[in-house]
Ligand binder design. Structure first.
Ligand SMILES: NC(=O)c1ccc[n+]([C@@H]2O[C@H](COP(=O)([O-])OP(=O)(O)OC[C@H]3O[C@@H](n4cnc5c(N)ncnc54)[C@H](O)[C@@H]3O)[C@@H](O)[C@H]2O)c1
Length: 378
């Protein structure tokens, strides 16, 4: 069993989520690698206190450079506001560490390009976080769509990620509502990589995009009674794209919404063909729908149980949840880093993250010009 020492930079929502995934690594079976969280850096000293409960963490620092100087660390996981991605990701790989980076992989396309250049110079192993394809239902759609032959002619693809988090006008503003920190791309950066991971991996790159972008409430209360904050990010995005699947151009709609009534964290994908199709949504996490056209047309419902890509001690009849897919994603990252991922599904590559930014830039242009744009993937 090989131990990989991990340092977390940014111990907020996602930093803690990852720490908990390492804490129950014993749930995974037959993996030759075990992550050990040894260090955490966060500019907020109060955030660091939470990590005192993890005995393996021997370094808690407010300056991430101190963490990068720790020679024991093999991999840095970085989960900080988007405007800090470029500087910190570049510093991590230049310090000789491997990187597991949070999306959107830079605040904008220029930042993503500069991160990619630094990765190439450093030759470090880098992947970007996107956990939803590790749900068994999402994974099943991916596997079925690697060969779309049995689906007949693919008629359309719909994929999305919906939240209702911004419907409440009294919810306090945070950095995700400010273009200066979240990025001009707003919700595209916040949710878009999750939506694009499977289509890009299947080779379904959007070749044109017509974007409909909407903003949310322009002002929100500040935190803890602070003055009102002006919120200027895009909250909802509908990207109407064309992609090529087989010999046919196919409409592919990509949706990212922070204002979707009733939705908490709903990731979905639907692939519809003349002979077959698939539907999966985390709203019903164990249910995969598949379409068959025969003498009668059938939508079949399959309950998948705990059929994760990497086997766990959890019984096959139980359900999979968010913490489970986070752990599955880490298993994929660590195995790929060791060169032993085999046929398993892998995490987002830096090149895929760059393509998402190239699409988002085209989407911003489309919104501005109110016309369809060809993204430049050069
Ligand atoms: N994969 C997912 O499902 C998922 C979900 C939510 C957020 N995210 C991504 O994770 C990242 C962080 O989001 P979050 O929701 O955890 O944010 P958060 O605000 O909860 O946490 C960010 C943390 O970074 C710290 N920080 C800020 N600047 C820093 C610096 N220079 N050095 C060290 N620490 C610093 C903050 O003090 C805070 O504790 C973003 O890129 C976001 O898009 C991913």
């Amino acid at each position: 069993m090989k131990t990989v020492n991990i340092g977390i930079i940014g111990g907020g929502l996602m930093g803690r989520e990852m720490a908990s995934a390492f804490g129950r690594w014993c749930a995974l079976q037959d993996l030759p690698v075990i992550p050990k969280l040894v260090a955490v850096a966060d500019t907020n000293a109060e955030v660091l206190e939470w990590f005192q409960k993890i005995p393996s963490v021997t370094q808690r620092v407010t300056d991430y450079h101190d963490l990068l100087a720790n020679e024991a660390i093999d991999v840095c996981y970085v989960a900080v506001p988007h405007s800090f991605h470029e500087q910190i990701y570049v510093d991590v790989v230049q310090a000789g560490k491997d990187l597991f980076a949070e999306k959107p992989f830079g605040v904008d396309l220029n930042a993503a390009e500069s991160i990619l250049a630094a990765i190439k110079r450093s030759e470090r192993f880098v992947r970007c976080s996107s956990e939803f394809p590790f749900f068994p239902g999402a994974h099943a759609v991916y596997q079925a769509c690697r060969d779309v032959g049995p689906l007949g002619r693919v008629l359309e693809v719909n994929a999305g990620f919906h939240h209702a988090s911004d419907l409440d006008p009294n919810k306090a503003a945070n950095w995700k509502r400010l273009s200066s920190v979240c990025g001009e791309i707003g919700v595209l950066g916040d949710l878009g990589m999750h939506v694009l991971h499977l289509p890009l991996r299947l080779g379904w790159r959007p070749e044109t995009v017509y974007a409909q972008l909407q903003k949310g409430y322009p002002r929100r209360p500040g935190n803890q009674g602070d003055a009102e904050v002006i919120c200027d990010t895009w909250d909802n995005a509908m990207l109407h794209t064309w992609t090529m699947i087989g010999d046919h151009p196919v409409p592919m709609r990509l949706e990212m919404k922070r204002m979707a009534p009733g939705e908490t964290n709903t990731w979905f994908i639907e692939v519809l063909g003349t002979d077959g199709g698939y539907r999966y949504s985390t709203k019903h996490p164990k249910t995969l729908w598949s379409f068959e056209r025969g003498a009668t047309q059938l939508w079949k419902q399959t309950d998948l149980g705990f059929s994760t890509p990497f086997k766990a001690v959890t019984g096959g009849i139980f359900e999979v949840g968010f913490p489970d897919v986070i752990q599955q994603m880490w298993a994929a990252y660590l195995l790929e880093r060791e060169g032993i991922l085999g046929e398993h599904f892998g995490c987002v590559t830096p090149e895929e993250a760059l393509q998402s930014h190239q699409l988002f830039r085209a989407a911003l242009e489309s919104e501005q010009r109110r016309e369809a744009i060809h993204p430049s993937y050069g």
